[in-house]
Every structure is written in structure tokens, then in C-alpha cells.
Write a protein that binds this ligand. Structure first.
Ligand code: G6P
Ligand code: ZN
Length: 544
């Protein structure tokens, strides 16, 4: 086996976004494209020699080919050992768990999260650091800088490793351990939740649930957890076999893309509980019978009920939410007397808060929820958390949420996405909003008076780093908010997101249809932002 040094030239488009480098498969399949980025990762990591890395992905198209290339490149770059998931599988939360438990140097996760997969769909690669979380911006920026000047990469000439079953191999001088991708994760979940209590619920004959893995990575994890460990009947997990193209679907757990599950939960003889997760298993959607729990409400309910879960029964240190996430959890934090941190979009911003024990639970409107057990958001963890609460309270999802609103008030919330709009026009729209900011405070629009208007900037309380231009916030004196932000995860054109929130303390007004309740704000968002003009669209592509 010989190490080959291959000459290459830089690609100019390898800047990692919110969650790593995400491009279409044909882009990744260009000669040297993947290799350039992987070598840039290795070149940026100091003291990598002899260290242990974790490697796995969500099973999408190109996953296995990429894994074999990365293994050979790791061997050629002096890595000591790679722990790789069987069949190249590791959900994002499981990868974070394995990095932490093995005190690995870091990990490479292959996924484009909730984006579709297949020969013409998306692929992605991201690097996670020693704490199990996504690499901070200074690390990804250094990787990007390296991609711009790279002129060679190292790769071992060797046969592919057999990833079919667990086992130990040698690749040159490097150890390769093919691990069971499910077991460590399931054991971690058992150490957090009351499995006996949940099992009692799932085997009582009085409760039914449906978990939709959308043919993505959580299938094997969900089968093991719900059907094998917790006694739910087989068939509880649907679309549980990971497929390279996710069965042609869009593996994003929301009301639009998880339509089969939505039809079941809103149909006749609906089960009591439904859940879905995304391509790489870090997102979640929670449904009750005929009832949708917004992710913003979900983190609020979990925080209010955390004492019912063994791992959090002694209290939580604080909570954190991304800026566009509704302020529902802020109300709970206030009551519990704990801090609530508002961070920019992107799970990586929670890492420092979790490491410093300033926050225990974190949540994002983008269907992400998680805790200090790992450093990624965790879809199945959220599902188990809900089941643990339902079992402990013996109440339906809808009742739990309605009593929560009664106690804390309801934050009506919706996100309107305009996907694949012209990137230049979208930037112009944001610039137009920025130029108006100073003139907005105290301005009156119908019943609404602008309280503040800014471009969100965050100073990390742990390392003092500043992230600016994180989205336009317009807050009104009654607590309502309109937020305009450009997505950091799209691969085509720009995606404009408008987040709308209005607070209703009066329980007699908690039954409005969400879009109806938000109508005045929706109109105001158009009036201020001139969305139609800039996007040349009459309606959003996706409303969640
Ligand atoms: C990924 C990140 C999340 C983030 C989301 C935002 O899923 O892991 O932490 O909230 O992207 O995506 P956006 O498209 O709104 O930038
Ligand atoms: Zn994801």
C-alpha cells in the first residue's frame, strides 16, 4: 500500500454554510472536488497525527463512495484510527454521541440533512469537533481559506474496506473500526429517559403511535428503540429502511414534506402520537391526534416538564433558542428563574452555552430540539422526551399543549419560505430593509407600534465572539415580531424566510387558526418588506 500525492487546483465554491459544505452530487463527483475539501479539513486540524476520528453519514447517494475515499485519505494523512458506522451509517446525533464517548479528536459527517438525495440531488460534508458539535466558524473559515490555495492531496492506494458488519481492519498503519451505529445511541437514550414508564405506555393497549423515518437514517434507530426496546408493535415505524434517494421524498419533517404522516394523524382512527425525523436524524416533528406542535412550543413544553425526565429531574441550568424561534420558552424560563439565551440560527451557537453549563435544553423553530447529552440537535431524543412526558402525565399531546398555553399564554407562530428566489434580488430586499431600520422605531402600522428594529447581532457570552447580520428583527410593543432572514442552507438561488409571531395571553383566544391569527402581521410583513416585488412571487413556497 503506497501513499500517493495527487496534484490538484482549488475550487472557488467550497465555503461551508450553516452546516458544512452542501452541494449537488454532480458537483461533488467532479474530479478532486471531495478530495480537495477533505484535504483542507485535514490540513487545518492541528495535531491530527495519531488521533481518532469518527466517520459516517445518513446513507444518501454517494455516501459509501465518499466514505471509502475519506478512509484512504485519513490513512494517508497520519490519522491513528477511524471509527466508522456499519454500512457507512451514523445519524448526526449518533455521530456526536460516538465522538464524545470515545473522546475522539473529531468527526466527519456526510449528509445534506433534510435536502433530497439521489444522483442529481444533494450531498454534504461537515466537520464536528471534540465536544461532538459542529465546528465553529473560525474553524470552517480556516478550512475554506485552505480550499482556495490547495495544490495537492494525499490518498492511500488500497482496496475498499468491508463495511457490512462490525470489525477491525488496518488501512496502511491506520486502524479502522467498523462499529454498530445504533447501540451506543440507544444506550445513551436509556440513560436519559424512563424506559420502563414509556414501555408501560406503549404496551398498555390504550396508546398508539406512528414514527415516520421518511426512508432516512433514523429507521434502524427507531426500530431498535420503539419496537425492540419499548415494546411498540412492529409497524409502528414506517418508512424505516434508509434509501439512497429517501424513496424520492424530501426528508424534512414538517407539515408539507411529511404529508403521509400528517394524513394519518389528521385522518380517521388517528393514533395518539406521531413523529418524524429528517435525513440525518437531528430534526423532529411532533404531532398529536389532529394536532400539530410547533417546534417553538415544543421546546417550551419540554422545558416546563423537564423535571419529569430522569436526566433532568434535578433542574436545568438554562435554556437557549435561536433568534427566529418564538419567545414561548422565554416565558417558561422566567417562571423557572433560569436564563434564556437568544442565539443566531445554527446549532453550533449552542455549543459554548452547553459546554459552559449555561444552558441544558436548546430549541430552534426549524424543527430542532436537543440538550447537553450531545452537541447536536436530536430528533429521536425529542420523540422520547415527549413520550416520557405523556406517560408521566397520562395526558394527550393536545391537552398538554393547551394547558401550557393556559398557563403561559400562546405564541401564535408561523414561517413563510420563498424558496429558490433570485439571490441578487433577495440580497437587495435585505439591504432595503437594513436601510429602513433607523426610521422604524415608534412608527405606527394600524394597531401595531414598532418597539425596535435591528439586524440581529450576537456576542457569545463564553468566548466573546461576535456574529452580526443574523437577520432583520422588527419587534412591536405588544410582543409581536416579524423577522426577515436569508437561509444559510439552500443550494439553489436564495431562500427567504419570514418568521411571524404574535403573543396572546387570553385563553379564550387560543383557538384561532394560525394563519388567521397572524393575518395582520403577514400583511404588515409584505407592506414593510415588499416581498412580492423583490421575490416576484405571490405566495410562499412552504408555510410551516
Ligand atoms: C440546519 C442547522 C440548524 C439551523 C437550520 C437553519 O438545520 O443545523 O441549526 O436552524 O439549518 O437553516 P436555514 O436554512 O434557515 O439557514
Ligand atoms: Zn438534519
Amino acid at each position: 500500500m503506497t501513499i500517493k500525492t495527487i496534484l490538484t487546483t482549488p475550487f472557488s465554491d467550497q465555503k461551508p454554510g450553516t452546516s458544512g459544505l452542501r452541494k449537488s452530487v454532480p458537483v461533488f463527483q467532479q474530479p478532486h472536488y471531495l478530495e480537495n475539501f477533505v484535504q483542507s479539513i485535514f490540513d487545518t486540524l492541528e495535531g491530527l497525527e495519531g488521533q481518532t476520528l469518527v466517520l459516517g453519514g445518513d446513507g444518501r447517494y454517494y455516501n459509501l463512495e465518499a466514505i471509502q475515499i475519506i478512509l484512504k485519505m485519513a490513512a494517508a494523512n497520519g490519522v491513528g484510527k477511524v471509527l466508522v458506522g456499519c454500512n457507512g451509517i451514523l445519524s448526526t446525533p449518533a455521530a456526536s454521541c460516538v465522538i464524545r464517548e470515545n473522546q475522539a479528536y473529531g468527526g466527519i459527517i456526510l449528509s445534506a440533512s433534510h435536502n433530497p438525495g439521489g444522483p442529481n440531488a444533494d450531498f454534504g460534508i461537515k466537520y464536528n469537533v471534540t465536544n461532538g458539535g459542529p465546528a465553529p466558524e473560525k474553524v470552517t473559515n480556516a478550512m475554506y481559506d485552505r480550499t482556495l490555495v490547495i495544490d495537492r492531496y494525499n490518498i492511500l492506494e488500497a482496496a475498499d474496506i468491508n463495511l457490512d458488519r462490525p470489525g477491525s481492519f488496518k488501512l496502511g498503519t491506520m486502524d479502522v473500526e467498523v462499529i454498530d451505529p445504533v447501540k451506543p445511541y440507544v444506550e445513551m437514550m436509556e440513560s436519559i429517559f424512563d424506559f420502563d414508564l414509556i414501555k408501560g405506555l406503549l404496551t398498555s393497549g390504550k396508546f398508539s403511535m406512528c414514527m415516520d423515518s421518511l426512508h432516512a437514517v433514523t429507521g434502524p434507530y427507531a426500530h431498535a428503540l420503539f419496537e425492540e426496546k419499548l415494546g411498540a408493535p412492529s409497524g409502528t415505524v414506517q418508512n424505516g429502511t434508509p434509501l439512497e434517494d429517501f424513496g424520492g421524498g424530501h426528508p424534512d419533517p414538517n407539515l408539507v414534506y411529511a404529508h403521509d404522516l400528517v394524513a394519518i394523524l389528521f385522518g380517521e382512527n388517528a393514533p395518539d402520537f406521531g413523529a418524524a425525523s429528517d435525513g440525518d436524524g437531528d430534526r423532529n416533528m411532533i404531532l398529536g391526534r389532529n394536532f400539530f406542535v410547533t417546534p417553538s412550543d415544543s421546546i417550551a413544553v419540554l422545558t416546563a416538564n423537564a423535571h419529569l425526565v430522569p436526566a433532568y429531574k434535578n433542574g436545568i441550568s438554562g435554556v437557549a433558542r435561536s433568534m427566529p424561534t418564538s419567545a414561548a420558552v422565554d416565558k417558561v424560563a422566567e417562571k423557572l428563574g433560569i436564563n434564556c439565551y437568544e442565539t443566531p440560527t445554527g446549532w453550533k451557537f449552542f455549543g459554548n452555552l452547553l459546554d459552559a453549563d449555561l444552558a441544558t435544553l436548546c430549541g430552534e423553530e426549524s424543527f430542532g430540539t436537543g440538550s447537553n447529552h450531545i452537541r447536536e440537535k436530536d430528533g429521536l431524543w425529542a420523540v422520547l422526551f415527549w413520550l416520557n412526558i405523556i406517560a408521566a402525565k397520562s395526558e394527550s399531546v393536545e391537552n398538554i399543549v393547551r394547558s401550557h398555553w393556559q398557563e403561559f399564554g400562546r405564541n401564535y407562530y408561523s414561517r413563510h419560505d420563498y424558496e429558490e428566489v433570485d439571490a441578487l434580488r433577495a440580497t437587495e430586499m435585505m439591504e432595503h430593509l437594513r436601510s429602513m431600520l433607523a426610521t422604524l422605531p415608534r412608527k405606527q402600522y394600524g394597531d401595531y407600534i414598532v418597539d425596535y428594529a435591528d439586524d440581529f447581532s450576537y456576542t457569545d457570552p463564553v468566548d466573546g465572539s461576535v456574529s452580526s447580520k443574523q437577520g432583520i428583527r422588527i419587534g412591536f410593543t405588544d410582543g409581536s415580531r416579524i423577522i426577515y432572514r436569508l437561509s444559510g442552507t439552500g443550494t439553489k438561488g436564495a431562500t427567504l424566510r419570514i418568521y411571524l409571531e404574535s403573543y396572546e395571553p387570553d385563553a379564550s383566544k387560543h383557538d384561532l387558526e394560525t394563519q388567521k391569527a397572524l393575518e395582520p402581521l403577514i400583511n404588515l410583513a409584505e407592506e414593510i418588506g415588499q416581498i412580492r416585488k423583490f421575490t416576484e412571487r405571490d405566495i410562499p413556497t412552504v408555510i410551516t
